[in-house]
Design a protein around this ligand. Structure first.
Ligand SMILES: [Zn+2]
Length: 249
């Protein structure tokens, strides 16, 4: 039997542990040699949330083999501290920020689309499809499902903590530092297609009489043809965006 290992999780990684295991050294007996990724995930923390693993004072990658007796510290992404010389577990950020969301995050998907982010969502995606599409199309997977994040093929992902869609949106914008990349009303909230400005004369046969009377500027989805105008819904969205922008300061 090998010596027990000591492992400690830092900062928001404690969100994945029971309260009595927060911010404390945990001791485990190892039955056999295993990768540090397996060990961390067996305790409940998905690898996608981990950016730095220190074993006996050295930074290691997730495939490091733990044999027994080690002291292990596990850290999430550091927002501001420069730790560039160390071995990061997370790959470089994707050049283009695109998302795929699990079946529970429909409202969040609509909010992200409202702000112009390419966000795939369907209420019937299976876990394996979500994982495959995330890996193949290089989309950041947003999910509330810890088990889904433990799939090895997933490299770019985020565990959404809040159950409240507006709060979820703020979490995602902060985590990926997106406050300067907002392009409101460039994408269809229903289908994720791109929208473009259209001439009122070209679409007026589709408008209700009051809409036709009071509004002049219209946008149309290039994919599903849904028409958008700057009505009361628009004003509500503008207010949400203002709130988001002010909370970013
Ligand atoms: Zn559309």
């Amino acid at each position: 039997m090998s010596d027990p290992i000591t492992i400690r999780f830092y900062e928001e990684l404690n969100d994945f542990l029971p309260a009595d295991q927060h911010k404390t050294d945990l001791n485990y007996e190892l039955k056999k040699t295993r990768s540090v990724k397996d060990l961390i995930e067996s305790i409940g923390v998905p690898h996608t949330e981990v950016d730095l693993v220190i074993v006996d004072g050295q930074s290691v990658t997730l495939d490091y083999l733990v044999e027994g007796g080690e002291h292990i510290s596990v850290y999430p992404m550091f927002e501001s501290l420069d730790i560039s010389p160390l071995n990061h577990c997370q790959p470089q950020p994707l050049r283009e920020t695109r998302f795929i969301l699990d079946v529970h995050l429909g409202r969040l998907a609509a909010y992200l689309r409202m702000l112009g982010f390419d966000s795939l969502y369907r209420n019937d995606y299976h876990d394996s499809e979500l994982a495959d599409i995330s890996a193949e199309e290089r989309r950041i997977l947003l999910t509330c499902d810890v088990k889904l994040l433990m799939r090895k093929q997933i490299t770019h992902a985020y565990f959404v903590r809040s159950r409240q869609p507006r709060q979820q949106l703020l979490e995602v914008l902060s985590r990926f530092d997106l406050y300067n990349n907002l392009q409101p009303f460039t994408r269809c909230m229903s289908c994720n297609g791109k929208t473009r400005a259209v001439d009122k004369n070209d679409i007026e046969q589709h408008l209700l009489p009051k809409t036709k009377k009071y509004y002049e500027k219209f946008y149309q989805c290039e994919t599903c043809n849904k028409i958008y105008w700057q009505g009361t819904h628009y004003q509500k969205m503008i207010n949400i965006i203002k709130e988001i922008r002010s909370s970013a300061v």
